[in-house]
Design a protein. Structure first.
Length: 107
């Protein structure tokens, strides 16, 4: 086997082994979080009423304090300032609200 043919075969083999891993990494990075089906909070329970569009293009309630106590429906985390976040992703959750004090279960 000639040297150039051998090197071509080695390169093709390396690409064949690396391509699935690269494709998986790109797919994994861009998949939405499975927490995207949280219930909407009741506006009557909350003091603040803003919304934002997240990285998936979904409308999400901004962090808000609760009127009268309890954990509002759809909350994903309690922030350091006592507000509740409804974020669908961990990245950026409770930013400008003292960071995440506690992650809440999905139950």
């Amino acid at each position: 086997m000639s040297r150039s043919l051998f090197l071509t075969a080695v390169c093709i083999s390396a690409i064949g082994l690396a391509a699935p891993a690269i494709a998986f990494e790109k797919t994994r990075q861009h998949q939405p979080n499975p927490q995207t089906s949280r219930p909407e909070p009741s506006e009557a329970q909350l003091r603040e009423h803003g919304h934002y569009t997240n990285s998936d293009g979904k409308r999400v309630h901004t962090p808000a304090h609760v009127v009268g106590g309890g954990i509002p429906a759809g909350a994903s985390a309690k922030c350091g300032d006592g507000s509740y976040s409804f974020s669908l992703h961990h990245r950026g959750t409770c930013s400008h609200h003292g960071g995440v004090a506690e992650w809440l279960s999905r139950g």
